[in-house]
Design a binder for this molecule. Structure first.
Ligand code: GTP
Length: 254
């Protein structure tokens, strides 16, 4: 595990092919994705597979930034429900995100994808601090920027962190990688008659409580007119498929 981050820099593919609808995409995935078949923590093969999926999109000439959660390590909300102070529990969750971000960075650089991790909570010896204009510059150079530590504040989720960063980065799409291939009218894991929506409005997600992302995240995406593609990230190539507008997913929009 030893890629030299500053010697394998490769330049951004010339231009975004005109047929691609998206120039800059934020990938949001839960921490659980990175634990693969395990009950907890990080599963190296799964992290490597996710890294290859991200590489496919970078190689298409699309700018990519990533936000991960930390449910595979620690969940602030469940810590608080077990009696912990919510702020302390959320801080632990944000540190969990940093662990996931560094792991994903390592996996991406192993396969030659240039990355920068920027944290919302300063930890300068480990990664860069979050600086908006610098993040944009990194992406303009073809680097994948992994935003760590959520919004840097307790009482917010990593989904809200994703919506916030996607808004700040002027992303054209939030690709929300989940366990299921879209948004359903009922939980498809529990109800076999559940029907998947092709498209659903932000307002329906909020009023029908469709559990795509929390309400703050959805509202922010709506205010900034960023569509959200909900897709199954557990299947290989799905990320590049949805960026091409192919495969199975649900679009959340107006
Ligand atoms: P350019 O401005 O495009 O040259 O970007 P760059 O990120 O290559 O420039 P810089 O010389 O600032 O960074 C070189 C390396 O140091 C990169 O791997 C950065 O991720 C890393 N780096 C920069 N700032 C920090 C920081 O505050 N903390 C940590 N841990 N690493 C940093």
């Amino acid at each position: 595990m030893s890629a030299n981050v500053n010697t394998i820099e490769k330049s951004m593919p010339e231009a975004v092919p005109s047929e691609l609808p998206y120039k800059r995409v934020l990938l949001k995935m839960s921490g659980e994705v990175l634990m693969g078949p395990n009950e907890f923590g990080l599963h190296p093969e799964t992290v490597a597979r996710v890294a290859r999926d991200i590489q496919e999109v970078v190689d298409m000439g699309v700018q990519v930034c990533v936000v991960v959660g930390a449910g595979n390590i620690f969940r602030g909300v469940s810590g608080a429900s077990q009696g912990m102070d919510r702020t302390a529990a959320d801080h632990m969750g944000m540190l969990g995100i940093v662990i996931n971000a560094l792991c994903l960075q390592n996996a991406l650089e192993e396969i030659g994808v240039q990355t920068r991790v920027q944290s919302a909570i300063r930890m300068d010896e480990i990664c860069e601090p979050y600086i908006r204009r610098r993040a944009i510059r990194h992406m303009d150079k073809g680097r994948v920027v992994i935003f760590a530590a959520g919004t840097g504040n307790p009482y917010f989720t990593s989904d809200t962190g994703a919506s916030l960063r996607a808004s700040e980065m002027n992303c054209d799409l939030i690709a929300k990688g989940t366990k299921v291939d879209g948004v359903y009218n009922a939980d498809p894991m529990k109800d076999t008659s559940a029907v998947r929506y092709e498209k659903v409005s932000y307002m329906d997600v909020l009023t029908k409580d469709l559990k795509v992302m929390d309400a703050t995240a959805i509202s922010l995406a709506r205010d900034n007119q960023i569509p959200i593609a909900v897709f199954n990230i557990r299947e290989e190539h799905n990320f590049s498929n949805i960026v091409k507008g192919e495969g199975t997913f649900t679009i959340v929009g107006d």
